[in-house]
Design a protein around this ligand. Sequence first.
Ligand SMILES: NC(=O)c1ccc[n+]([C@@H]2O[C@H](COP(=O)([O-])OP(=O)(O)OC[C@H]3O[C@@H](n4cnc5c(N)ncnc54)[C@H](OP(=O)(O)O)[C@@H]3O)[C@@H](O)[C@H]2O)c1
Length: 286
Amino acid sequence: MSKKAVVTGGTGGIGLETAVGLAAEGWDVTVVGRDAARGDAAVARIDASAGRAAGRFLAAELSSLARTRALGRRLAAEGPLDLLVNNAGGMWVTRWESPEGVEAGIALNHLSPYVLTEELLDALAAGAPSRIVNVTSSAVEAAQPVYDEMEPPGPYYGLAATGRAKLAHLVHTLDLAERMKPRGVSVFAADPGPADTANAAAMTIDILPPAMRPHWEMIRQAVSGPVPDAARSPLAAATDPALEGSTGVVLDSDGRPDDKLTAPITPELADAVRSWTAGLLATYAS
Ligand SMILES: NC(=O)c1ccc[n+]([C@@H]2O[C@H](COP(=O)([O-])OP(=O)(O)OC[C@H]3O[C@@H](n4cnc5c(N)ncnc54)[C@H](OP(=O)(O)O)[C@@H]3O)[C@@H](O)[C@H]2O)c1
């Protein structure tokens, strides 16, 4: 029987290339997105890659924590799961809020994958040895690592906001890795590196804090890499046999272990992220 994977944001960009790569390796893949037409097109590509009916599309607005939880419960009811790729996420030029009133970067890059994963932990444990892959970003390096309020005071800059939410999710990734070790579920983070996706194409210089703006042309040009190449890292985290028996590892854009993005995580920072996350979940996801 084929192994079962769920890839959020699997109907476009890096998530779709990850789903197609998994299908080529024999997996059954459920992709989650909002748009049904993109979902159908993704399933057609997944099926073609597998040479059989291997794809399925489920619609969900993942910025909504209530809808994310409902999706998780539906998937959990289907029984054991071998792989969850929390890929949906991104960066925005202009601040916006999720249906529950959470800044979207925090909702999509941290709280939504947190909630979906919690709902699926028993299914993943039932599928053990199984894996969770959280797609991260080098935007973490632009994060303001302060977690005493939902958002730091001052103007909104997409790069810094995404970096802060992804850094929080790296803290959670490491915590979850320890927690799920006894249950046979490995937890990895994968940095895909810059890629020319729909989300990347929407960026303008306004995502950058003023001090970084002289580097905008360099940054813009870097985000022109082929999208299939960016799936290398999440695919390695999902399937590389060399990772069997390990957990809590971050992979760089070449799919190699690299602790650069977790280097700023001190015990104090991890504690601050845990309290901040618990407060947000109690307010917005209960
Ligand atoms: N691109 C880069 O340069 C880069 C660099 C580093 C890290 N990353 C990370 O890689 C991941 C994928 O990024 P990407 O650039 O591939 O993004 P993308 O092209 O914008 O991803 C699109 C996918 O996400 C789904 N999606 C978007 N918003 C959603 C929502 N609110 N609810 C449900 N599904 C949603 C889309 O489906 P629908 O449109 O149908 O909803 C589609 O399947 C993100 O976590 C991002 O932070 C990207």
